[in-house]
Design a protein around this ligand. Structure first.
Ligand code: ADP
Length: 482
């Protein structure tokens, strides 16, 4: 059966290196046609307690005794196994979350790359020696937090496991992962590959289930030492409040309303595919989706026309048909997006893509929609929609562009399209965002590039080498020797 090549028993958690049956179950449905795929376990407080306790044992047991280079080798082996199963993982993800196969494949490739990157980095994180008082030697030690909780969303399970669990394991933490209820299958497959690669029991525990139940139990657990969360602002606020109660550090990545600024000297042939793909990739269900396109008035008509033409050629279809866009993850998410579209009656719809007439019944399909001349304070230009909707906003001057770009609650990603080098440097400083791209967007996934936001986009950084600092703590040692 293609969905279970790792022989994981249905409706089981991974606790202490063993597949453990859940008491209750949840259905897993295919967003492309709403057919039942399998069931997952619905985790309880007891399951979370067991997972945290197994992680605690691991961090004091075999996992703790492994050297950094040995930890890195285990991660690299997981990465090799992921690499060997790219096609299978892509198919599982396509069927579980509705992602077109090409995009699902890219996620699996990124997961392998994260494990390779963090496998190689595990033994390269060092403390410092500090020039200090006469008769003393002072230095710092980088140490794992201990047990880390990872609550992740349904939009990019494999990539987010890679950047979050990968970095945490590299630093020697023992992890409890709670994947989203709508996207657990590749997370469980990752658990199976981690076991096969020789990750010690309890270093990675996976509890599936509802956010309000298993997620809340994990976030509130008094014996976790760090929590990393990617998801909505509302849930991020709950997680941060729970972390505050236990006084533990928290990394939050909460999405955005990321702009691309297009100046009239931009290379439009290069920019066009980025302007569109950054908005419609994964049907717009991307934290770093570029949902706002800001265009200088002198290039405005041309950009609107060219984007509109491209939109009319976009096709929506089932994930396995590998169309430009798949379905949305769920009926709930489709409803969210349709509610936004219902607020757009005062806007000019410049273009709309097409849903393939042969799409199966029951799928959660939404045609991508492009709106032009959108006032920058309109709800569609301010709020994260998490669907295939982009707005185009005109501007006259560089100052106005920056003001509009910075004029939302979010600050995750921004892109600048211009040939003017001085403007590139200026705007990179003035834009309120965790990542700024110059004449590109997303830079090929960016495993190596620190990622995270400002404002309501969250705080803390994942990806790249810097993430290793977030998943560790610093101890200072000062020795008097006379
Ligand atoms: P969405 O509403 O789009 O599913 P969320 O931010 O609610 O986005 O979900 C992201 C992750 O957070 C998922 O794994 C979900 O199960 C989890 N989650 C949701 N609510 C809570 C909560 N109250 N406490 C902890 N985790 C939660």
């Amino acid at each position: 059966m293609p969905l279970n090549p790792f022989n994981i028993p249905a409706a089981h958690h991974l606790i202490g290196g063993k597949w453990t049956a859940g008491r209750d179950t949840l259905e897993v449905r295919n967003p492309s046609d709403d057919t039942l795929l399998t069931t997952i376990a619905r985790g309880t407080n007891d399951d979370i307690n067991a997972a945290v306790s197994a992680a605690e044992d691991a961090r004091q047991g075999e996992w703790a005794r492994m050297t950094a280079v040995e930890r890195g080798r285990v991660l690299s082996r997981i990465g090799q196994l992921v690499q060997e199963h790219i096609e299978t993982l892509a198919l599982i993800e396509a069927m579980d979350v509705g992602k077109p196969l090409t995009q699902a494949r890219a996620d699996a490739v990124a997961l392998a790359r994260y494990m390779e990157f963090y496998g190689g980095a595990a033994d390269k994180v060092m403390g410092h020696t500090i020039p200090y008082l006469d008769g003393y030697t002072a230095y710092t030690l980088r140490e794992p937090h201990g047990v880390t909780g990872h609550i992740i969303p349904w939009n990019y399970p494999m990539q987010i496991i890679g950047r979050s669990v990968g970095a945490a394991l590299a630093m020697g933490n023992a992890c409890v992962l709670k994947p989203a209820e709508d996207a657990c299958l590749t997370a469980l497959a990752f658990g199976a590959m981690a076991l096969e690669a020789g990750l010690p029991d309890g270093a990675l525990n996976i509890i599936t289930g509802l956010g309000s139940q298993a997620g809340a139990a994990l976030a509130e657990h008094p014996d976790i030492h760090h929590i990393s969360f990617t998801g909505s602002v509302a849930t991020g606020q709950i997680i941060q409040a729970a972390a505050a109660k236990n006084v533990i550090p928290v990394t939050l990545e909460l999405g955005g309303k990321s702009p691309q600024l297009v100046f009239d000297d931009a290379d439009l042939d290069r920019a066009l595919p980025f302007l569109i793909n950054a908005g419609i990739q994964n049907a717009g269900q991307t934290c770093s989706a570029s949902s706002r396109i800001l265009v200088q008035r002198s290039a405005y008509a041309e950009v609107v026309e060219r984007m509109s033409l491209a939109y009319e050629n976009l096709r929506v279809g089932p994930a396995t048909a590998d169309a430009s866009l798949g379905p949305l993850i769920s009926a709930k998410q489709k409803n969210v997006v349709e509610n936004y579209l219902a607020q757009a009656t005062d806007l000019t719809c410049a273009a709309i893509g097409k849903i393939d007439p042969n799409t199966p019944q029951g799928g959660h399909y939404v045609a991508p929609a492009l709106f032009a001349d959108v006032p920058s304070d309109h709800p569609l230009a301010q709020q994260e929609i998490f669907g295939p909707v982009q707005v185009i906003i005109p501007f006259e001057t560089e100052e106005e562009a920056v003001e509009i770009a910075n004029g939302t609650d979010f600050g995750l990603v921004a892109a600048i399209w211009t040939a003017d080098g001085a403007r590139q440097m200026r705007l990179a400083k003035h834009l309120r965002a965790g990542q700024v791209f110059i004449n590109n967007y997303g830079a090929g996934g960016g495993v190596e590039l620190p990622f995270g936001g400002v404002g309501k986009s969250g705080h803390g950084r994942e990806k790249g080498f810097d993430a290793l600092y977030g998943f560790s703590t610093l101890k200072t040692v000062a020795a008097w020797h006379g």
